[in-house]
Design a protein around this ligand. Structure first.
Ligand SMILES: O=C(O)c1ccccc1N[C@@H]1O[C@H](COP(=O)(O)O)[C@@H](O)[C@H]1O
Length: 222
């Protein structure tokens, strides 16, 4: 089965259109002001309109205040919140109770120990997202185009529903899927020509690579 595919950090109608045409299951908008992918909620709401009912609209936030969430949720009306900061299990529960939206909680991974934190969120977060740890000095908690050791995910309980992210691109996504069998994948900088600039050609190449990786094996010699 093809994994869920999230294209994140969208800022233009052509990139949204191409992601939807290629069958993205999720599209993400970044509400972290230091990011080159930051977007105002009202522009995100306009861009998201053609996606409603076709792909899940995901609002990506980092240790958000209730005021920030009030604004984003009321204007964008997302289908899901991606919590990309250090939100505690209690904070995740509070956010879910306040907004009634499913939450994808992000974990930054460098070693197997980083996966131990997941346990405290089981039954609380609706989905998990595993990203690489940001390099020292980076202002961005995500969107750094860096991968982690995908084999670490073999330590996860098989029932954990997650998306894999961090430095995925057309050249490595097949290997990432082969190693992890991830039920979902998420890409941002891997489909950009410059920081924050999405490329429809690169979006196409990414989907082509996933489809190729996912195609049934042809019986050799037949
Ligand atoms: O993309 C950003 O600028 C960003 C900012 C703040 C939090 C998350 C962000 N992006 C997320 O990072 C991962 C991986 O991105 P990449 O493919 O390695 O560039 C993805 O989940 C984005 O949602």
């Amino acid at each position: 089965m093809r994994p869920d595919i999230k294209i994140c950090g969208l800022k233009t109608p052509d990139a949204v259109d191409r992601a939807l045409k290629r069958g993205a299951t999720h599209i993400g908008f970044i509400f972290f002001e230091k990011s080159p992918r930051y977007i105002e909620p009202d522009l995100a709401a306009k861009l998201a309109e053609p996606a409603r009912g076709k792909a899940k609209i995901v609002a990506v936030v980092v240790d958000p205040t209730n005021d920030e969430l009030d604004e984003i949720v009321s204007i964008l009306k997302p289908d899901m919140l991606q919590l990309h900061g250090n939100e505690s299990p209690e904070h995740v529960l509070t956010i879910k109770a306040l907004y009634g939206l499913p939450v994808m909680k992000v974990f930054s991974v460098r070693t197997a120990d980083d996966l131990k934190r997941v346990e405290a969120y089981i039954g609380i977060a609706d989905r998990f997202l595993f990203d690489a740890k940001a390099p020292k000095g980076s202002e961005l908690p995500g969107g750094n185009g860096i991968s982690f050791d995908w084999s670490l995910l073999s330590w996860l309980d098989g029932s954990v529903d997650y998306m894999l992210s961090g430095g995925l691109n057309k050249d490595n996504v097949a290997e990432a899927l082969f190693i992890t069998k991830a039920p979902g994948i998420d890409v941002s900088s891997g489909v950009e020509t410059a920081l924050g600039v999405k490329s429809v050609a690169k979006i196409d190449e990414f989907f082509d690579a996933v489809e190729k990786a996912n195609a049934p094996m042809m019986a050799s010699g037949s």
